[in-house]
Design a protein around this ligand. Structure first.
Ligand code: PAF
Length: 283
């Protein structure tokens, strides 16, 4: 496994592989890797000849400077994990390498980016589009893998590659959970053990809401989740919305869409967590 720090070296390395017909799978990450990332990398390894993983904490997608400062970083541990699961290249640039000039591009993916995370974290998806497009230009992958935990991000990346005519297949991968249900997140390591216990209410409530939904209206199910979160000390709900899985717009009734996802964001103490659950997915 090679650890590469510059775009020029990365391009050189990948052009040799591409010339010999190798397919390139790419997993962009911000490091602090866990088994959720590992599941994406394993899939990239299985489905491609070469798996490239980027590890870069992207400053332009943080709208809270404390969050950026506290974001966990451990490149050594990340490389150790990536080596064991068969990644070929780790791309770990410095900020100056990715942003030699300030990125003044402004993206727009309305209405996908005006709701939920887009409404709560102004500029977040613009920063995500800036860095992911730069990474796609540098890696030129055949396939790129993203977790469904960041459900809205996945929809926006799909929209971005269409908008920019980037020739890459975007593959969404299911949420990986701890055995007790907590969705894996790099931020989980910032939770105290008491907060982690409280955070379990999120997945438990979402799972219970799927059963509840079978005999209740969409509005009742929404209230059920909101009330359960609000009743838990130490959790502060930002939003819970049941949206159409493609347009990400809220729907009023179960019959309004064949693809319905409940998306939640909340603070557990000072740590912001997101999760989601599918109520309906008719393909
Ligand atoms: O999902 C993430 O970890 C980040 O948003 C991404 C896609 C690596 C861009 O920085």
């Amino acid at each position: 496994m090679k650890v590469i720090r510059t775009i020029s070296e990365l391009r050189q390395e990948l052009s040799i592989l591409r010339e010999t017909g190798k397919k390139i799978g790419f997993v962009p990450t911000m490091g602090a890797l866990h088994q959720g990332h590992a599941s994406l990398v394993k899939r990239a390894v299985e489905e491609n000849d070469v798996a490239v993983v980027s590890v870069f904490v992207n400053p332009t997608q943080f709208n809270d400077m404390n969050d950026l400062k506290n974001y966990p970083r451990d490149l050594q541990a990340d490389c150790k994990l990536l080596e064991t699961i068969g990644a070929s290249i780790v791309f770990a640039p410095e900020v100056e390498e990715m942003y030699p000039e300030p990125d003044t591009r402004t993206f727009g993916f309305a209405p996908l980016d005006t709701v939920m995370e887009g409404a709560c974290r102004p500029g977040h998806f613009n920063g995500v589009a800036q860095i992911v497009s730069k990474l796609f230009y540098a890696v030129e992958p055949d396939r790129a893998y993203f977790g469904e935990k960041d459900f809205q991000q996945l929809a926006i990346i799909r929209a971005m590659v269409k908008q920019l005519n980037i020739d890459v297949e975007i593959i969404g991968c299911p949420i990986v959970r701890e055995s007790d249900g907590l969705a894996l997140s790099s931020r989980n390591m910032l939770l105290t053990s008491e907060e982690r216990q409280r955070a379990l209410t999120i997945s438990r409530t979402l799972f219970a809401s799927v059963e509840y939904a079978a005999t209740h209206t969409l509005a009742e199910t929404k209230s059920y989740v909101e009330e359960a979160i609000n009743a838990t000390e130490g959790l502060q709900l930002e939003y819970f919305q049941i949206v159409d899985g493609d347009s990400l717009q809220e729907v009023a009734k179960w019959e309004d869409s064949n693809y319905l996802v409940g998306c939640i964001a909340l603070f557990c103490g000072k740590i912001r967590l997101i999760d989601n659950i599918k109520y309906k997915e008719v393909k």
